[in-house]
Design a binder for this molecule. Sequence first.
Ligand SMILES: [Zn+2]
Length: 224
Amino acid sequence: MALRGAGFVAPMTGEFMNWFFKRFGAGGDSGAKPSAATKTCPECGSQLMLADSVAEPVCSNPDCPAQVRRGLAHWCAPEVMDLPGADAALIALLVGRGLVRDVAELYRLKVSELAALPGGDEVAARKFWEAIAASRQREVWRLLFGLEIPLVGAAEARLLATGFPTVGAVFAAGAPRLMQDAGVSAAVAESVIRWHSDSVNRRLVKRLQQAGLNFKSELCPPPG
Ligand SMILES: [Zn+2]
């Protein structure tokens, strides 16, 4: 990860810079990493569990700051929603200050809140705010990939966006239609349905729609 695009952290103070490069040098994450040996998350103390999609055990607490940061970093990555300027340092600040608790909250940030962060200023804050606004228009497959549905990587997200005209249609389809219309495996279809059966996830999708994100797939050929 590097300082890209919007260059939010460009006017960094010395202290912030030291802090940033310490973090950045440690792998772009904010320090403590869960390990199998500890069995509990070093950040929030919740139990660690093994997930299908990642090699390392992950914290079972969805509200854990480490989990929130990881999910946000995935959402903002160039190969996902491509949100320039949202590097590990900025994400750590946004989560650490309670400004962003999930990806939908990115779309509620105010320029004044961003400008008040250490190392931020009005110009950089506005630039990052505009980058967030622009990300509302990303293709649907990117949004589906960004949700971190287990087993749904970029390839599966593209299949879903090709088989269905909207995000709503993907989640309204049963397993047979997901498999037939999008050509995903039974395991992926099951995973999509299981993910969307969780009320927190359903609410997240709804909030993203209310935040004005693009839900219409341009990969899906029009009927007829
Ligand atoms: Zn945790």
